[in-house]
Ligand binder design. Sequence first.
Ligand code: ADP
Ligand code: MG
Length: 310
Amino acid sequence: MISVIFKALGTTNSIRIDAAQDQVAAEEAIQRAEKRVLALHDKLSVFQPESELSLLNAAAGCNSIPVSEDTMFLLSESKRYSRLSRGAFSISTRVLSSLWSIHARCGTIPSRSEVEHALSLVSDEDIVLDEANQTAMLARFGQSVDLGAIAKGYAADEVRRILLEGGVTSALINLGGTVISIGESRYIGIQHPDRLTGIAMGRVSLRDRCAVTSGDYERYYEVDGVRYHHIVDPRTGYPSRADIRGVTLIGESALALDAISTAVFVLGAQQGLPLIQDAGAEAVFVTRSLDVFCTDGLRDQFELFSTKSI
Ligand code: ADP
Ligand code: MG
């Protein structure tokens, strides 16, 4: 068994190899995988002033900037998911996320006019990509993007690719809750939204697939008993008010699931279902009344522990 734990992409990441064709190749692979995630962090973090994404944001409305293949790919995939979700997934929501996080620090909520101003700057159609020249630009001054809703998915797919190329036959990848199990069935807990991290309402068995969760219980603050969490509805400018507390998607591509889970969290279970089906994914939903239900394809892999009263 070899494992690494490291911070990147705003979260704690772990990679554990349980079996491989060759021990030396597996050790090299795990090092390569960690380096790859750290390199993605350096390009994509909006908290590092020199990252490609920060440069893109700083040049909004002014000029285009050269971007790497990774950044170009993620920007173009994000635009695609924004269209597919009719804007529920929009990386340009960052203007709103920033507004809400400033208020979170003060324990206040933004005024209607602050929200409306930020809302007027949200449009993923304004992300202008020139694939031939490998440059990107945000069309309007004040616009800003972040890949927090999709980067971990892409990074997890990359880690899996690197491990498989290194002859790994059994492994568990966990990038801040974006999980891939290689080679063996492993259980993934469905977090209880109102209990300590690790207390699950049920579990799903996962093998050679990934699981991605979006929920309102990880990053949030409360004012006058109202919860404001970190996924913003780009149509209203307010933290999403869908009918679900959490959604876990199971499928092939972690990138696709990451984008779609964020969109479904905004759209709600019913409106989100076509996106899930089109991606060939399955889902477990936790509703506002703490009922748990899953799509038909998961019936044999999903186990409910008990009801809401845990
Ligand atoms: P987590 O990071 O908790 O796994 P998500 O994948 O759903 O959750 O991503 C949430 C992050 O994405 C937020 O912290 C913010 O940076 C960004 N974001 C918030 N709302 C949206 C949205 N509607 N579309 C795209 N990105 C968003
Ligand atoms: Mg996501």
